[in-house]
Ligand binder design. Structure first.
Ligand code: ADE
Length: 224
């Protein structure tokens, strides 16, 4: 998979890709992530990428021309399955969307900033708009990092134990059951007996029950 990210703040976005699982996925060439600084495609001597909105009102708007130039250059090199815009008024991200996008070959992610982008960018280029929740961030960069993490960890070979993404919370519309590690008794707080029993069908049944119970208590909406 190849991900091209267009942003005015690449420095805000890079560090999550330089540690742990994402770093390893890139090193193992399971994913390529490229950052494109929108300023490189700016117009005029002032390196302008944004301007005041027509009709008045506070806040700057990212202009269509630099974005068009950047996307056109990328499209000359390869075909893209999706051009995704990170925005608080997009579809709220969930595991199903991440699963779907993780199957794509090439995607572009456009990070909004200030008041957002000229509506014509959304109308002409964007295939999908994604929000990471009902709150407003200063820009789309952190949202793009969250989105990329949720996709990249699903790519085959990224996680050491491949089955572990399959047992994630949300993967089957249930929250994950509780997990424990050593010691089995911490100051009198004991690990549930069944987990130490070595009886794997029984352990599996216990985990399913716990997942169901946790979902019923915390997220009954997922069971509907
Ligand atoms: N940009 C600003 N806020 C955002 C959000 N909640 N999700 C995605 N992009 C955003």
């Amino acid at each position: 998979m190849r991900i091209d990210i267009i942003t005015v703040l690449p420095e805000l976005l890079k560090s999550p890709f330089e540690a742990s699982i994402l770093k390893r996925a890139i090193e193992k060439k399971l994913v390529e992530v490229h950052f494109h600084n929108l300023r490189k495609y700016s117009i005029g001597n002032y390196k302008q990428v944004d301007d005041y909105q027509f009709g008045g009102g506070a806040g700057m708007v990212l202009m269509i021309e630099p974005i068009d130039k950047c996307i056109s250059e990328l499209k000359k090199e390869r075909e893209y399955d999706e051009i995704i815009y990170m925005t608080p008024d997009g579809n709220t991200l969930n595991q199903g969307i991440s699963n779907e996008i993780s199957l794509k070959k090439n995607i572009i992610i456009l990070c909004g900033h200030y008041k957002g982008v000229d509506q014509r960018v959304r109308d002409l280029f964007i295939t999908r708009e994604i929000s990471i929740g009902d709150y407003v961030l200063s820009g789309g960069e952190l949202a793009a990092a969250v989105f990329c993490d949720s996709i990249i960890r699903l790519l085959p070979g990224v996680l050491n134990d491949e089955t572990s993404a399959l047992t994630d919370t949300f993967q089957d519309n249930l929250l994950a059951p509780p997990v424990y590690t050593r010691p089995s008794d911490y100051k009198g707080h004991k690990v549930p007996e069944v987990l130490l029993s070595g009886d794997f069908p029984k352990i599996e049944k216990w985990r399913e029950e716990q997942a169901m119970e946790r979902t019923r208590q915390r997220r009954p909406d997922l069971l509907k």
